[in-house]
Design a protein around this ligand. Structure first.
Ligand code: NAD
Length: 434
């Protein structure tokens, strides 16, 4: 049986935050505490939101191809479901810890609240190195994990999605296993499915589209017209290439793009459709792209421009290079591209940062649309998906902008304040059961 990289065909990942690796839960709590203080949150509500609602740990026995039985640890944490059924990805990784899953689950609660989708927050993980398993072993692992979680998952209870090292195929297996047990097809039990199984149109581009919608909203606040905007994009994968392409369509001049092979700069603007065609025909790499001169990824970040979209990976703008950043707006396509200590420097330099929890929330918003469409059994056109996504992203930006002005805080801080206020207000109205 061939060994297969389960991430190879993955293009959708439920957003996950950048978290300090020593204590992810503590770093989530730090942000939570800041927002709680601003809101003067009731001590009891603080306690309530500090602990996850449910933590499920299971052993997953799997018949391996060579006849051995192997046992893996699986987790699912529901942080909070006061806003609706909980939502969050499942990651397969050999360094998953329960502490990390708890932090990611809480982050999903805040993330769903920021974009006003009626979901709570959850996260799941299996402690496994998926590269060491064959496709058949991965299927058995996924099905047994799902069987162990039958009382947890459900379209009205808890809805998983892909995350690190899981993909559309993983979701299809979860959906099938759950459906077999229910004796009916339940497409809405997971999102991030293949379109043929009830996935949503427009989902693949949703994150980049959301990045651009929130960027345009930020430009509007600075009274800069998109057609007069210069843009720099780091990372030319799913999020980066869609963001670059949509900014290009808006008439913006994309001065530079980059990928793992380096940065590509053209003062007259890069022809983005040509660059996309280039990567599609060159093994997904910009290496050798001739429409621009080569620069380093570091130099790219420090270019003079209106908008910088870091859409590659975490920790790219840190306290060393933050003083040299000349962009007016940073829209975080990736998760955690700006470190906590760089935040203050950027703020002091008057740079507006559209935080990841909002900027890349297009993915989770279209996940919500997928769930709605599955429940109706009626599927929208791509145009409808995009229109509704744009509307929700713009409204969310405006909400956070209002909160940031009200309390004189950054958009990142405003995101936490807004989300926690929403959850706490709902809790107050619903009250504590029994
Ligand atoms: P991807 O794998 O499709 O693309 C990543 C790109 O970044 C590639 O072009 C790669 O070459 C480039 N890259 C990697 N290291 C780099 C470096 N050091 N310098 C410059 N470029 C580098 O990934 P993606 O799906 O586009 O995700 C990008 C980021 O956005 C990740 O942080 C991811 O967690 C986050 N995100 C993705 C989604 C989604 O829906 N895909 C949703 C939310 C957040």
């Amino acid at each position: 049986m061939s060994k297969k990289d389960p991430a190879s065909s993955s293009y959708y990942k439920e957003p996950v935050p950048h978290i300090a690796h020593d204590s992810p839960f503590a770093s989530m709590m730090e942000r939570f505490r800041f927002a709680a203080e601003i809101l003067d949150l009731d001590e009891g509500v603080f306690k309530y939101l500090s602990s996850p609602e449910k933590v499920v740990m299971v052993s997953i026995p799997v018949n391996m191809d060579d006849g051995r039985i192997e046992v893996f640890d699986g987790y699912r944490v529901i942080h909070n479901s006061i806003l609706g059924p909980s939502k969050g990805g499942i990651r397969y990784s050999d360094d998953v810890t329960i502490d990390e899953v708890k932090a990611l689950a809480a982050w999903m609660t805040w993330k769903c609240a920021v974009v006003n989708v009626p979901f709570g927050g959850a996260k799941g993980g299996v402690r496994v190195n998926p590269k060491e398993l064959s496709q058949a072993e991965l299927e058995r692992l996924t099905r047994r994990y799902t069987a162990n979680m039958l009382d947890v998952f459900g379209p009205d209870r808890d809805i998983p999605a892909p995350d690190m090292n899981t993909n559309e195929q993983t979701m299809a297996w979860i959906m099938d296993t759950y459906s077999m047990k229910q004796k009916k097809t339940e497409t809405a039990v997971v999102t991030g499915k293949p379109i043929i199984l009830g996935g949503s149109k427009g989902r693949k581009e949703a994150t980049g589209r959301g990045v651009v919608t929130s960027t345009l909203a930020a430009l509007g606040k600075l009274r800069i017209s998109p057609s007069n905007t210069s843009v720099v994009v780091q990372g030319f994968g799913n999020v980066g290439s869609v963001s670059a392409s949509l900014m290009y369509e808006q008439g913006a001049k994309v001065l530079a793009i980059s990928d793992i092979s380096g940065g590509y700069y053209n003062a007259d603007g890069i022809d983005i459709p040509e660059a996309i065609h280039y990567v599609q025909t060159h093994d997904n790499s910009l290496e050798g792209f001739s429409g621009a001169e080569k620069i380093s990824n570091q130099d790219l970040l420090e270019l003079e421009c209106d908008v910088l979209i870091p859409a590659a990976k975490e920790d790219q703008i840190n306290k060393e290079n933050a003083p040299n950043i000349k962009a007016k707006i940073i829209a975080e396509g990736a998760n955690g591209p700006v470190t906590a200590n760089a935040d203050k420097i950027l703020e002091d330099n008057g740079i507006m940062v559209v935080p990841d929890i909002l900027a890349n929330a297009g993915g989770v918003t279209v996940s919500y649309f997928e769930w709605v469409q599955d429940r109706h059994g009626y599927f929208w056109t791509e145009e409808r998906v995009n229109r509704r996504l744009n509307r929700m992203m713009r409204e969310s930006f405006d909400n956070l902008f209002m909160v940031s002005e009200k309390y004189s805080i950054t958009l990142r801080q405003a995101a936490y304040v807004y989300a926690i206020d929403r959850v706490a207000t709902t809790l107050k109205l619903r009250g504590i059961y029994a």
